[in-house]
Design a binder for this molecule. Structure first.
Ligand SMILES: Nc1ncnc2c1ncn2[C@@H]1O[C@H](COP(=O)(O)OP(=O)(O)O)[C@@H](O)[C@H]1O
Ligand SMILES: O=c1ccn([C@@H]2O[C@H](COP(=O)(O)OP(=O)(O)O)[C@@H](O)[C@H]2O)c(=O)[nH]1
Ligand SMILES: [Mg+2]
Length: 237
C-alpha cells in the first residue's frame, strides 16, 4: 500500500479523503436528506466570495431561533432578510411604507430591495461566513441574488415543520410584528407553499439542500443541525 504513494504529502491527502468520507457518513446519519457536502473556504476562495448558507422553512419553522445558535456556536454572521426589511420600515427609508404594506399582506418585497440590503450586510461585515435567514423566498429572489452577488449559496438548510406547529409558534411569538396574526399567517403559508417551496426544490435538485426535522424542542432541533456545521468546520481544517 505504501508503494502506491509517491510522496508523503500525497499519502496524507489520501488520509484526509478517508477522514472526509467518514465524517460524511456521520453527517448522513443526522440529516433527513443528505447532499454532497460543501467545504468551507474551498469553492469560492479564489474569488473571495463569502461562504453562504441560505436558511429556509415556513413562517415559525424556527429559522431565526436556530440561526442564533448556529451563529454563536460556529462563528457565522446571521443575516435575517426579514430583519433587514423591518429595519428599513423603521428607518423611514423611501421604501419603508411599501415594505410594511407587503409584509402585512404576507407578500414578498421586490428582489432588488432585499438583495441590495443583503449585499450591503455582507460587504460591511468582517466575517466571510454568513447565514442568510428567510431568503430567497421566490425563484425571482434567487435569480436576482445569484446575478447580483455573482455566486450560488454553498448550501441550503431547510426546516421541515407541520403547518399547525408553525401557526401555533407564530401566534405565540409576541414580538409585536405586523404579520404575526391569524389572517397574515394564512396568507404567508399560501405564499410559502406556492412561491418559496419551489426554491427549496431547486436546490434539492442541485444536491444543495439539507432538510432537518423542525419539530421538537429548540435543543433537539439544534442537535440535528449541529453535525452538519461541525462537519463543515472539520472539513475545512
Ligand atoms: N422548537 C421550538 N419549540 C417551540 N417554540 C419554538 C421553537 N423554535 C422556535 N420557537 C418559537 O417560535 C417562534 C417562531 O420561531 P422563529 O425562530 O422566529 O421562526 P421563523 O424565523 O422560522 O419564523 C418564536 O417565538 C420562537 O421563540
Ligand atoms: O427575503 C425576504 C424576507 C422577508 N420578506 C418579508 O418579510 C416577512 C417576514 O419575514 P421573516 O423572515 O422575518 O419571517 P419568518 O419566516 O421568520 O416568520 C415575509 O413574510 C415577507 O413579507 C420578504 O419580502 N423577503
Ligand atoms: Mg424568522
Amino acid at each position: 500500500m505504501w508503494r502506491r504513494f509517491t510522496s508523503l504529502p500525497l499519502f496524507f491527502s489520501h488520509l484526509q479523503q478517508v477522514r472526509r468520507a467518514d465524517e460524511l457518513k456521520i453527517c448522513q446519519a443526522f440529516c433527513t436528506e443528505i447532499v454532497k457536502p460543501p467545504v468551507e473556504g474551498e469553492s469560492n476562495s479564489r474569488r473571495n466570495i463569502p461562504f453562504v448558507a441560505f436558511v429556509l422553512g415556513g413562517p415559525g419553522s424556527g429559522k431565526g431561533t436556530q440561526c442564533l445558535k448556529i451563529a454563536e456556536t460556529f462563528g457565522f454572521d446571521h443575516i435575517g432578510a426579514g430583519d433587514l426589511l423591518r429595519k428599513e420600515i423603521h428607518s423611514d427609508s423611501e421604501n419603508g411604507a411599501m415594505i410594511q404594506k407587503l409584509m402585512k399582506e404576507g407578500s414578498i418585497a421586490p428582489s432588488e430591495v432585499t438583495v441590495k440590503l443583503i449585499k450591503k450586510a455582507i460587504e460591511s461585515a468582517e466575517n466571510r461566513k454568513f447565514l442568510i435567514d428567510g431568503f430567497p423566498r421566490s425563484e425571482e429572489n434567487r435569480v436576482a441574488y445569484e446575478r447580483i452577488i455573482g455566486a450560488e449559496p454553498n448550501f441550503v438548510l431547510f426546516f421541515d415543520c407541520p403547518e399547525e406547529v408553525m401557526v401555533k409558534r407564530v401566534l405565540n411569538r409576541n414580538e409585536g410584528r405586523v404579520d404575526d396574526n391569524e389572517h397574515t399567517v394564512k396568507e404567508r403559508l399560501k405564499v410559502y407553499k406556492a412561491i418559496t417551496l419551489p426554491v427549496a426544490n431547486h436546490y434539492a435538485k442541485k444536491g444543495k439542500l439539507y432538510k432537518v426535522d423542525g419539530t421538537g424542542t429548540q435543543e433537539e432541533i439544534f442537535e440535528r443541525v449541529r453535525p452538519i456545521f461541525a462537519s463543515l468546520s472539520r472539513l475545512s481544517t
